[in-house]
Design a protein around this ligand. Structure first.
Ligand SMILES: [Zn+2]
Length: 303
């Protein structure tokens, strides 16, 4: 599905879908033909599924996810750069740093607010784009609905947690460097160099890690929601590629099918294979990623 024009022009603006999926379904599926239509779409998916080459599906997924990864990397680097500039500016503005150790560090809440004001609209834009494509994939020509409870939970809890985790890490690293500098009696130029080092690591290493994992998460969350909202997809199949780089736990999950709203794994579940063991520790797994640098996705299934 094409991104509405308004989104292409204003990169960070999110327009509500022109027609909500719920309205679309009400109009189309609850009409006299609804039964026939559902049947037809189910047949189309089943046919499609039969003809889907798993490797091709995965290749297409990873091509798109790589693009998403680059977009996330760009915005993440921009946000780190802004933070670095602000800390350096604050350091420039004070004549003596004695007794002002934390004054030039931004408050965590402020850091989160700035991040969310840019990152959240950007994530919503991605979900609209990817969700629309996934609905198209199962022959539903409608926009994804961002107002469902699952969507709200993702934006307000998941993304907020991600952002606050990122900023906590940055702040902690800055505080540690600065405390070290002070204890050695360093002046402003040396403290500034320490700040620059922290952000250099953020730019070169952390932004890449964040982008890689979050592109897979946002892509697969969008896919799952699109499948649920389609009203015709009833299951999902875990799909990985066996190219030698796959994780053993992902390889074990490959081909596993569960009902569309169920989890593949819950906290406490373990996967054992090839003498290795993987335990789900933090949260239930309803869609990939299973771990950092996971490259798995989901196939729509009619159960
Ligand atoms: Zn994986």
């Amino acid at each position: 599905m094409k991104i509405p024009k308004i989104l292409q022009k204003n990169k960070y603006m999110v327009a509500p879908p022109p027609k909500r999926l719920r309205v679309f379904r009400k109009e189309k599926l609850k009409a006299d033909l609804s039964g026939d239509l559902s049947k037809l779409v189910s047949i189309l998916i089943k046919d499609k599924e039969a003809s889907i080459d798993h490797k091709t599906y995965w290749d297409n997924f990873i091509t798109k996810a790589t693009k998403t990864e680059n977009e996330i990397k760009t915005i993440t680097k921009e946000l780190f750069k802004e933070q670095e500039e602000e800390v350096l500016r604050n350091l420039d503005n004070i004549k003596s740093i004695k007794g002002k150790e934390t004054q030039f560090l931004q408050k965590l809440a402020d850091m989160n607010r700035v991040w969310l004001s840019k990152f959240l609209p950007f994530v919503k834009e991605l979900v609209i784009k990817i969700g629309g494509e996934k609905l198209n994939e199962v022959n539903i020509l409608a926009n994804i609905d961002l107002t469902t409870p699952a969507m709200q939970r993702f934006f307000n809890i998941k993304v907020a947690k991600l952002v606050s985790g990122i900023n906590r890490t940055t702040r902690k690293a800055l505080a540690k460097e600065i405390a070290e500098g002070f204890s050695l009696g360093e002046g402003i130029p040396k403290i500034k160099a320490r700040v620059q080092n922290v952000f250099q690591f953020a730019d070169k290493t952390r932004a890449v890690r964040i982008a890689r994992t979050e592109s897979i998460r946002i892509s697969n969350f969008s896919a799952t929601q699109a499948f649920i909202q389609s009203g015709v997809v009833t299951g999902k199949e875990w799909l990985t590629t066996l190219d030698g780089r796959q994780d053993f736990a992902c390889e074990e999950l490959d081909g596993k099918i569960v009902s569309i709203s169920r989890n593949f794994l819950n906290v406490g579940d373990t996967i054992s294979a090839e003498g290795q063991e993987f335990e789900v520790e933090v949260e239930n797994v309803g869609y990939p990623p299973l771990h950092v640098s996971c490259r798995c996705t989901l196939l729509p299934v009619v159960l």
